[in-house]
Design a protein around this ligand. Structure first.
Ligand code: PLP
Length: 283
């Protein structure tokens, strides 16, 4: 695999950053994951815009223009002959002597990008649906910034796996915030899609924004309102969205089947419709 590091393309074994990189020492870094289907990028402008917002929120310098970032995405997809999967991008604050305060004059940010091939369309998860375990949301208060501070989500996912489940949903003040790496939704008994409103407590998913548009086109009602685990268990359907999973049905939470315990028709329709429009607009 060919990996991009600060202006150059390297075989992955030779791709290196400094041990003094603040991304490594402080998780002082943000990231994006952009899906690739047929060698083309899904929702790229959205991912680029969110990257800009994450950088600005953390006072991180920009390592490249949007056009340069797009060109690197395309070059990596080409060099790795990537058909299906994603491009991972991270911007770290770069190298500095280890200190909580970073130099006033700033640091030179590091830009690292690589590809991962994934059979993302016809997955067993999309076919049979996800089983979810709920866990307390112990993450920090700025989950709207896409930082690489991913230890707790990683621990939550492992905890779910140890229980024989696929993933975890975070719960705060009795209500679901989101999944470890995805936004969470239910379809109520009345047939309304419900998902938590945007704020500091969840990531503003690019796939979530696309899902809202697709739901509108399908004349499905969406309300931005939180829900409890009990409401999810009593819902008609549930699902998640992310750049990696697109729209994937959820069939169980904390051992209770949702609906008839199989992927629901609305989630399946939304997955197909999302993929169709995202592929049509891919660049
Ligand atoms: N929420 C969290 C915590 C995530 O990590 C992610 C994606 O990584 C998402 C939601 C979904 O965001 P997107 O649709 O932009 O991939």
């Amino acid at each position: 695999r060919i990996v991009y590091v600060n202006g150059a393309y390297h075989p992955e074994a030779e791709a290196k950053v400094s041990v003094f990189d603040r991304g490594f020492l402080f998780a002082d870094a943000v990231y994006e994951v952009t899906a690739v289907i047929g060698g083309r990028l899904l929702d790229f402008p959205g991912h680029c815009a969110r990257l800009r917002r994450s950088l600005a929120e953390l006072d991180l310098p920009s390592p490249a223009t949007d056009d340069e970032i797009l060109a690197i995405h395309r070059e990596l997809v080409a060099r790795n002959a990537l058909d299906l999967g994603h491009v991972y991008l991270t911007v770290t604050r770069g190298e500095a002597d280890r200190d909580f305060a970073y130099p006033k004059a700033g640091t030179a940010p590091s830009l690292v990008m690589f590809t991962q091939a994934r059979a993302s369309i016809e997955t067993p998860e999309a076919e049979r649906g996800l089983r979810i375990a709920s866990v307390p949301d112990l993450r920090w208060g700025r989950r709207d910034i896409k930082t690489v501070q991913l230890l707790y989500p990683s621990m939550a996912k492992m905890q779910a796996k140890r229980q024989g489940k696929d993933d975890a949903w975070f719960v705060e003040n009795g209500e679901v915030t989101e999944g470890t790496s995805n936004n969470a939704y239910i379809v109520t008994r009345e047939g309304t899609i419900r998902t938590r409103a945007l704020g500091h407590d969840i990531l503003h998913g690019i796939t979530r924004a696309a899902l809202m548009r697709v739901a509108g086109e399908l004349d499905l009602r969406v309300e931005e309102k939180p829900f409890t685990v009990a409401e999810a268990q009593g819902a008609r359907e549930a699902f998640i969205t992310s750049a990696g999973a697109f729209v994937t049905p959820v069939v169980e939470i904390d051992g209770a089947a949702i609906g008839d315990g199989r992927p629901g028709p609305i989630a399946r329709r939304l997955r197909a419709a999302y993929l169709e429009t995202a592929i049509a607009r891919a660049i």
